[in-house]
Design a protein around this ligand. Structure first.
Ligand code: AMP
Ligand code: TRP
Length: 337
């Protein structure tokens, strides 16, 4: 691995981190760093404000997310870790790409429909344009691979369409057509209350999710109370086909234990939830407790976190600025040299 691959991904600082963010995104970001690939990870604060964010809470959530990345094993010496608003290329390229993307394309985005809800007229223009800024995040680095959870697949397809249209319109071979990396057993961690909904920071019920900052008792309680059916775990994986909640807990176990759902079923097939849930709770606590303790330690020194992300922003700008300048040039803008 390594070579010409360049990985980019982003996470919004819009509240606490969930187990879904950790297993679906950050844990895999660390694995890519460990594989020796060039990795760039961005705290997308400009994306967060597409819905209202209290300024003090946004600052806190930005630092907490940085702490989460660091605690999970992102090493600022080997990965670039920074917040989006410190590198102006994102917003600038975002504008150019907003002029490339078509309203018809954005109208198809299911995340906009979900987030805007019934009252679309009251949604921000930024929420609608969100995927063009996301395309800019990726294309400003000529990133080739983008690890995300399942919910971001449509946005990455749009990024590909924008790159292709830019290249065609201007007759260049400039922006790469990115590969989504949606892999592993935890690309869609579901709510603990409803196996058909994804686990989300914004779910009104805190019992639906595990937050990385939850203490051991809270984690154990949430798993104990997780919705399931009355049947024991099946002897083979097919037996989970129509059992979304049971399947979700097996997937979470597999992801936390770095194993496969098949292996979990080999160990726990036939077991009742009264046996499986405490085992899962122990595993989750063992994996997450060191992480939340390290996050708390890092959060005690916000100035150090700010220093780390500012240094990351400087490295990020060194890659993005020349790409932005070439973009301006292709488009026909006169720039001071
Ligand atoms: P967000 O918090 O929406 O910025 O998401 C950050 C990353 O976490 C993205 O790659 C998402 O796809 C991923 N993610 C968020 N929720 C989940 C989930 N429930 N299961 C798997 N991945 C998720
Ligand atoms: N839209 C992504 C999410 O909500 C976050 C994001 C913003 C992102 N820019 C990105 C992910 C670029 C990957 C690449 O999860």
């Amino acid at each position: 691995m390594g070579g010409q691959k360049r990985v980019f991904s982003g996470v919004q600082p819009s509240g606490g981190l969930t187990l879904g963010n950790y297993l679906g995104a950050i844990k895999r970001f660390v694995e890519m760093q460990e594989a020796g690939i060039e990795t760039i990870y961005c705290i997308v604060d400009l994306h967060a404000i597409t819905v209202w964010q209290d300024p003090a809470r946004l600052r806190h959530a930005t630092r907490e997310l940085a702490a989460g990345f660091l605690a999970a094993g992102i090493d600022p010496a080997r990965s670039i870790l920074f917040n989006q608003s410190q590198v102006t290329a994102h917003a600038e390229l975002g504008w150019i790409l907003a002029c490339v993307a078509r309203i018809g394309w954005l109208n198809r985005m299911t995340q906009f429909k979900d987030k805007a809800g019934k009252n679309r007229e009251a949604a921000s223009v930024g929420l609608f344009a969100y995927p063009t800024l996301m395309a800019a995040d990726i294309l400003a680095y000529h990133a080739t691979h983008v690890p995300v959870g399942e919910d971001q697949k449509q946005h990455l397809e749009l990024t590909r369409d924008i790159a292709i249209k830019f290249n065609t319109d201007y007759g260049v071979d400039f922006f790469p057509v990115v590969e989504p990396v949606i892999e592993g057993v935890a690309t869609r961690v579901m709510s603990l209350r409803d196996g058909t909904k994804k686990m989300s920071k914004s779910d009104p019920s805190d019992m639906s999710r595990i937050n990385l900052m939850d203490d051991a008792d809270t984690i154990a309680k949430k798993i104990r109370k997780a919705r399931t059916d009355p049947e024991p775990l099946p002897g083979a994986l097919d037996g989970l086909k129509d059992r979304a909640e049971a399947r979700n807990l097996v997937n979470i176990y597999a992801a936390l234990a770095d194993t496969t759902p098949e292996a979990v079923i080999a160990d726990y097939g036939g077991a009742a939830f009264s046996t499986f849930k405490p085992a899962l709770a122990d595993l989750a606590v063992a994996r997450l407790e060191p992480l939340s303790a390290e996050m708390a330690r890092l959060m005690a020194d916000p100035a150090e976190i700010d220093r780390i992300i500012a240094a990351g922003a400087e490295k990020a700008a060194a890659i993005a600025d020349p790409i932005l300048n070439r973009t301006f040039d292709i488009v026909g803008m006169i720039r001071a040299r």
